[in-house]
Design a protein around this ligand. Structure first.
Ligand SMILES: NC(=O)c1ccc[n+]([C@@H]2O[C@H](COP(=O)([O-])OP(=O)(O)OC[C@H]3O[C@@H](n4cnc5c(N)ncnc54)[C@H](OP(=O)(O)O)[C@@H]3O)[C@@H](O)[C@H]2O)c1
Length: 270
């Protein structure tokens, strides 16, 4: 299966991609060298779906320069994030320049000013500068509004938080996404890293080894990607080495109900 649900071709799903919040908001030669190594590592491991936003400080252009002349090998997701429609136009001009003329999946960040930005993204799509349009929200309090935007039929995908401690999307959002055949990008697969504070022992993870899982990060990523309604999980990292580990969770076999329940238990989900 490719990423047809998002209208973005060339990506086999389920897949691990990469987020850039905090981790790519950097300055200086040393930090740049580090994130370039992370992007190289993501590409080498086929984690080619990369997500950013103007909300993430320097991240968008840092990501663009790390990708460099390899733009065609990545699927770039970014966002419009502003309460000012004119600034939205400027954000889009900047992002389209950073990513060599087009954005694969352009999202409305946290639904901010969504009617105006949706119209802008549709104009850019008609010009061939945007491939697929999406919407994001991190908070369950906004899921009713997100569902409303999904039902307009004008977006191809969504980005939502999903991990064993944050399962609110299972109530309405994931069933609706499946019904509407929308692409689903999973943000915060490690609950912003908080799920990494207590790492289960190798013995506790042993039943997951036949699924290719050797680390807790892989267990959590495979937990979300084993839900057939989810397409891409986008963990963020500031450390070279971790994209190799994370990307390995994007391969079958997928967890069944028992393995997902075990990961939930190890995560401390009630
Ligand atoms: N509203 C929105 O649209 C929205 C909101 C939130 C997030 N997002 C997107 O979703 C992405 C992911 O969410 P997130 O960055 O909040 O959180 P996350 O991916 O759940 O967690 C990131 C944390 O996990 C750690 N980590 C990564 N790989 C690891 C590994 N293999 N082992 C141990 N720790 C590991 C990282 O630490 P190290 O740096 O030390 O590796 C980092 O602190 C964001 O970057 C952003 O692109 C979108």
């Amino acid at each position: 299966m490719d990423f047809r649900a998002l209208g973005v071709s060339g990506l086999q799903v389920p897949a691990v991609g990469m987020g850039t919040w905090r981790t790519f908001d950097i300055r200086g030669a040393e930090a740049e060298q580090r994130v370039h190594a992370i992007v190289d590592e993501a590409l080498a491991n086929e984690a080619v779906f990369v997500d950013s936003s103007p909300m993430y400080g320097e991240a968008e252009h840092v990501l663009g320069s790390a990708i460099g002349d390899r733009r065609a090998r990545f699927l770039v997701a970014t966002k419009i994030w502003t309460r000012d429609a004119a600034e939205g136009v400027r954000q889009a001009e900047r992002a389209i320049a950073y990513f060599e003329g087009h954005i694969d999946f352009y999202q409305i960040h946290n639904l901010v000013l969504w009617p105006e930005h949706l119209a802008l993204l549709e104009r850019l799509q008609a010009e061939g500068k945007v491939i697929a349009i999406g919407a994001t929200h991190y908070s369950a309090a906004a899921f009713a509004e997100l569902a409303q935007v999904m039902r307009t039929g004008r977006i191809a995908g969504i980005q939502i938080p999903y991990n064993p401690l944050q399962r609110e999307v299972e109530r309405e959002i994931l069933p609706l996404a499946a019904e509407l055949n929308l692409g689903v990008v999973v943000m915060r697969p490690f609950a912003e890293g908080s799920l990494m504070r207590r790492i289960p022992s190798p013995e506790a993870l042993a039943p997951l080894r036949p699924f290719g899982v050797t680390t807790w990060a892989q267990a959590l990523l495979k937990w979300s990607l084993s839900d057939p309604r989810c397409h891409v999980a986008i963990p963020a990292t500031s450390r070279p080495g971790r994209m190799t580990e994370n990307a390995a969770a994007g391969n079958p076999p997928w967890f069944g109900a028992d393995e997902r329940a075990l990961v939930g238990k190890l995560a401390g989900a009630g």
